[in-house]
Design a protein around this ligand. Structure first.
Ligand SMILES: Cc1ncc(COP(=O)(O)O)c(C=O)c1O
Length: 309
C-alpha cells in the first residue's frame, strides 16, 4: 500500500517478481529506486469500483476505498511505465476485498480488468499476467460459500492464454486454526449472561473490529454447566472487548472454549494492546503437537524500552 524506499530496494535486491503499484507517486518512487539496478517489473493495482458485498472494512475495490488506482486512470499510468527506461510492465493486479461469498463480484471486476487489457493492447502495451488477488470467503457460521471449482471455471471461461495469479489467504488457512480461551468467571444480571474469558480483543480482533462471527465450541464436549445465551467478553476495559455474543452454551467457570476459524487474521491481527503479552501458538500435525511460538512475557514487552538518562 505504501512501499518505502528501503522496502523497494530490498525487494529489487532479492529479485522481486513484480511490484503491484498502488498510486502514481508509488510508481515514480519505484522508478527512481530502480535507476540504480536497471529495470523494475511492475503491475498496476487497479480499483475496478465493484461492490464486493462484504463488510465495509474488508471491501477494497470501491472508489471510496484507499486501494489501487482508479481503473479509468490506469491507462495513463501504464503509458508512463511503458515509456520509462527503468520500468518493465508485466501485469495487471486487482483485489476487491475479503470474505466474499458469491462469485459475481469477482466476475464483474474481471470484466472490467479484461476491458482494460484490450485497451492497453491497442496502445501497444502487453500484459503478461493477471493477478486477481484473494478474497474467497470461508464458512464462519454455516453460510453458503463459493465453490472453488465453479470460481476457477468462471475465471478460465473469460481469460485467454494469459498467466493468472491468485492470492487467497483466508480460504487456505482460515479453518486450519482455532483460538482457545478459558472461562474465568460467569456473571448474570437481569437481562444478560456474561462469560468473562481470559482471551481478549487484542488476541482475536475480528469480532470487535468487524463484528465478525466465530463459532464457539466447548473443548470438553461433555461438560455441562449453566445453560444460557452467553456473551463471551474479555478482561480489557473496553465495551468493544468481546469475542462472541448471544451463544447458546452450557458453561462452568474453568471451562475451555474453542473459537473456530481463527487460522486467518487471528494471530496476525493480535497485538499487545493493554500490555497483554501475545498467546502461544501450537501446531498440530496428525497426533503430534508442538509449541511453535512461545507465549510472550511482560518482560518481553518492555525489552526494547530504555530509561531516560
Ligand atoms: C492484496 C491482497 N491480496 C490478498 C489478500 C488475501 O485476502 P483473503 O484472505 O481474503 O483471501 C489480501 C488481504 O487483505 C490483500 O490485501
Amino acid at each position: 500500500m505504501a512501499k518505502t524506499v528501503i522496502e523497494i530496494e530490498r525487494a529489487l535486491e532479492v529479485g522481486v517478481r513484480c511490484f503491484n503499484v498502488e498510486s502514481a507517486s508509488e510508481l515514480k518512487r519505484i522508478e527512481t529506486v530502480a535507476k540504480s539496478v536497471n529495470k523494475s517489473p511492475i503491475s498496476i493495482r487497479v480499483n475496478p469500483n465493484v461492490d464486493a458485498k462484504t463488510h465495509p472494512y474488508i471491501s477494497t475495490g470501491l472508489k471510496e476505498n484507499k486501494f489501487g488506482v482508479d481503473i479509468d486512470e490506469a491507462i495513463d499510468l501504464y503509458q508512463k511505465a511503458h515509456q520509462s527506461q527503468h520500468l518493465s510492465v508485466q501485469g495487471l493486479d486487482c483485489h476487491i476485498g475479503s470474505q466474499i461469498t458469491i462469485v459475481a463480484p469477482f466476475l464483474d471486476a474481471l470484466d472490467k480488468v479484461l476491458t482494460l487489457v484490450e485497451q492497453l493492447n491497442d496502445h501497444g502495451i502487453h500484459i503478461h499476467h493477471l493477478d486477481l488477488g484473494g478474497g474467497v470467503g470461508i464458512d464462519y457460521e454455516g453460510e453458503q460459500t463459493i465453490n472453488i471449482q465453479a470460481y476457477i471455471d468462471a475465471i478460465l471461461s473469460k481469460v485467454g492464454p494469459t498467466e493468472i495469479i491468485l492470492e487467497p489467504g483466508r480460504a487456505i488457512v482460515g479453518n486450519a486454526g482455532i483460538f482457545i480461551t478459558k472461562v474465568e468467571f460467569l456473571k448474570q444480571n437481569s437481562d444478560h449472561a456474561f462469560a468473562i474469558v481470559d482471551g481478549a480483543m487484542n488476541d482475536l480482533l475480528r469480532p470487535s473490529f468487524y463484528n465478525a462471527f466465530h463459532n464457539v465450541l466447548p473443548v470438553n464436549k461433555n461438560a455441562t454447566g449453566t445453560q444460557a445465551q452467553w456473551d463471551l467478553v474479555g478482561p480489557i476495559c473496553e465495551t468493544g472487548d468481546f469475542l462472541a455474543k448471544n451463544r447458546d452454551l452450557s458453561l462452568r467457570e474453568g471451562d475451555y472454549l474453542a473459537l473456530m476459524s481463527a487460522g486467518a487474521y487471528g494471530f496476525t491481527m493480535s497485538s499487545n494492546y493493554n500490555t497483554r503479552p501475545r498467546v502461544a501458538e501450537v501446531m498440530v500435525s496428525g497426533h503430534h503437537h508442538q509449541c511453535v511460538r512461545e507465549r510472550e512475557t511482560v518482560q518481553d514487552l518492555f525489552a526494547k524500552e530504555h530509561v531516560i538518562k
